[in-house]
Structure formats: structure tokens, C-alpha cells
Design a protein around this ligand. Structure first.
Ligand code: NAD
Length: 327
């Protein structure tokens, strides 16, 4: 497919290739975010629908004059587009159709991964694989089983997006910048996720002690309301526009940068756990060190007793989904 001349202003991380699988709302938003941010020097897009993939590649490539850094964009309907990628982000899959249960959707997307993963690994054997397709925790466990890759090299965006939603809400209420809010959503990327309030701070101030005009703003009731708002956020966006794409696109690009720039950034991605907080064999999100080669450490984040119980509830819910799917 088209590989127009790269823009010459700035430099993206040279010699770094990001492959995005799935050229739907999420995959194209992620590619667009990566292009604008200069997350990689080469962005390749692949989709089973060649006409859609080729049109999206052209549309993205036509804008490279204005990207922050020199970026090559290519791809199309041939899976060879992913060849040699350093990072492969998977957004391909079916969406929930009317009347379809989440579990049915999971089964459909597991079957897609069974076909897709071996072919991707043939073309990009050394890549780190990041799953975005939902249900991303269940699919992470499935993809790990299908590929046999170590959990450090196959994980999902998990609650990176949900954490961004949480911080945005808290920043707005506290009257500070989003980057001054330190709080994470953990657990399932779904209904059983929850915020770790016990460790949440604004700047160095514990969240419950934050005041606006001398009054504490974060009461137990308001915190519970904020947590609900985060968990319901996707439903609200989907009700209005049919999909969520921009914020997940940016979240995905941020994960890609942590990998390609060897940042060792702490991000709440979802990996198959191996004993953290007593949980094994289930993928869920915990703050983790993400850098060169993938997830370097899953942190045993301090939590209070209630939060530990919520984490185990989330793990149990996911374990039941995996069992129903025979994973
Ligand atoms: P979409 O329907 O717009 O795009 C999906 C694309 O995948 C389509 O273009 C389709 O042709 C392609 N596809 C299907 N099977 C394929 C295959 N075998 N190989 C290559 N491409 C294939 O959907 P979307 O809105 O982009 O959402 C994609 C996924 O991302 C969904 O599962 C959605 O639930 C999920 N999502 C996850 C998060 C998150 O935080 N994890 C956030 C938003 C959306």
C-alpha cells in the first residue's frame, strides 16, 4: 500500500514499528494518535477488510506532512503488513450484537484469536502483543494459552483507559491538572473494576483530605459515585455515539510509547497473574512496570482489606468466564 514521503519535522522513535490489527474505530484512532504523537517511526495497519484498511491507510498517510515527527504509514488487507513489528496492538474483533451475551462475544473473539495469533506470530515473532479487543482480560488469558508467549509479552490495555477516566473526573472535582492526580482503577476492565482509594492522592495529599474552599470534597459517598461513573463511562459514550475510540486510541498509544521508549512507566495493564495478591492464572489489571520487552513487573500495590476482597471478587468473575469458555 501507499508509503508516501514521511514528514520531516521532528523524529519519531527511529526504527520502531507499531502494527495495529483491526482498522475499525479503535484501531484507526490508535494509529492516528500514534501518528500525531510520534509514538513509532512506522505505523502499519492490517484488517481482514482490505478496502477499509487501504482507505484508512491512505487517509492517515495523507496527513503525515503535519505529524509531529517523521512517520511512515502503510498496510492494508495483507497480514504481511505486520512483518517485523516491535509492538502489535490487536483491536480486531466482533462487537456485541443485539441479544448477544458478553460471554457469547468472548467466545467469538477467542475463535478469531485462535486463527489470528499464530499467523501474527509467524510475521512478527519478536513483537510485544497488546490486546485491546474486549473482553480484554479474558482474551489475554486466551491469547497467552494460544501462543505460549510469556505473560510479560502478551497483555492488554486493561484499566489504563478507565484510570484515565478516573483521573479526569477527580482532577475536575479537585480543580487541579489531571497529571497531579495519582489514582488507579484495577481488576477487570469491566463491571467489577474498582479504584484503589487507600493509595489515591492529589499531589502528596491523601484524596479524602483534599479540600476546596476549606471543605473536604471527597466523601465516601462522592468517591463511590465517582467509581460508578467510571465503570459506567463506556456505556454512556456508546449510547451517544455507538463506540468509544479516541480515549482508548490515546491510551493505546501511551502504552506503545512506554514499550518502544523503554520507559519503565507504571501503567495498570492486564497480565496473567502469577501469585500477586494470591491470584494465579487470571488476567486482570494492577499497576505494572512497562518498558522494553513488555511488562517487567506487576506491582503488589498496597490495598486495604476491602480492596483486596474486591480484587478477589474481580478475579473470581473472570475465572468463571474463562471456565465457561473452557480456557
Ligand atoms: P470495529 O467493528 O469498528 O472494528 C473492528 C475491526 O476488526 C473491523 O474493521 C473488522 O473488519 C476487523 N476484524 C475482524 N476480524 C478480524 C481479523 N480476523 N483480522 C483482522 N481484522 C479483523 O470495532 P471497534 O469499535 O474498533 O472496537 C474494536 C474492539 O475494541 C472491540 O472489541 C471493542 O469492544 C474494543 N474496545 C476496547 C477498549 C478497551 O479499553 N479495552 C475500549 C474500546 C473498545
Amino acid at each position: 500500500m501507499a508509503t508516501p514521503p514521511a514528514a520531516m519535522s521532528g523524529t519519531a522513535r527511529s526504527g520502531t514499528k507499531l502494527a495495529v490489527v483491526g482498522a475499525g474505530s479503535v484501531g484507526t484512532s490508535l494509529a492516528y494518535a500514534a501518528l500525531i504523537r510520534g509514538s513509532a517511526s512506522h505505523v502499519a495497519l492490517y484488517d481482514v477488510n482490505p478496502a477499509k484498511a487501504e482507505a484508512e491507510v491512505l487517509d492517515l498517510a495523507h496527513g503525515t506532512q503535519f505529524s509531529a515527527a517523521a512517520v511512515t504509514v502503510d498496510g492494508g488487507g495483507d497480514i504481511a503488513a505486520v512483518a517485523g513489528a516491535d509492538v502489535v496492538v490487536i483491536t480486531a474483533g466482533a462487537k456485541q450484537s443485539p441479544g448477544q451475551t458478553r460471554l457469547d462475544l468472548a467466545g467469538t473473539n477467542v475463535r478469531i484469536l485462535e486463527q489470528l495469533m499464530p499467523r501474527l506470530i509467524d510475521h512478527a515473532p519478536d513483537a510485544v502483543y497488546v490486546l485491546v479487543t474486549n473482553p480484554c482480560d479474558v482474551l489475554t488469558a486466551a491469547a497467552r494459552k494460544i501462543t505460549g508467549l510469556p505473560s510479560s509479552r502478551i497483555f492488554s490495555s486493561g484499566t489504563v483507559l478507565d484510570t484515565s477516566r478516573l483521573r479526569w473526573l477527580l482532577a475536575h472535582r479537585a480543580g487541579v491538572s489531571v497529571s497531579s492526580v495519582h489514582a488507579s482503577m484495577v481488576g477487570e476492565h469491566g463491571d467489577t473494576e474498582f479504584p484503589v482509594w487507600s493509595g489515591a492522592t492529589i499531589g502528596p495529599v491523601p484524596i479524602r483530605e483534599w479540600t476546596v474552599d476549606g471543605a473536604r470534597v471527597f466523601t465516601d459517598a462522592s468517591l463511590a459515585g465517582t467509581a460508578r461513573e467510571v465503570t459506567q463511562a463506556a456505556y454512556k459514550v456508546i449510547a451517544g455515539k455507538g463506540a468509544t475510540n479516541y480515549a482508548i486510541g490515546l491510551s493505546g498509544a501511551r502504552i506503545v510509547e512506554a514499550l518502544l521508549r523503554a520507559e519503565n512507566a507504571v501503567l495498570p495493564v492486564s497480565t496473567v497473574l502469577d501469585g500477586q495478591h494470591g491470584i494465579t492464572g487470571v488476567a486482570l489489571s494492577l499497576p505494572s512496570v512497562v518498558g522494553r520487552g513488555g511488562v517487567r513487573t506487576v506491582l503488589e500495590t498496597p490495598m486495604d482489606d476491602g480492596e483486596i476482597a474486591s480484587l478477589h471478587h474481580s478475579a473470581e468473575t473472570l475465572r468463571q468466564s474463562l471456565a465457561s469458555l473452557g480456557i
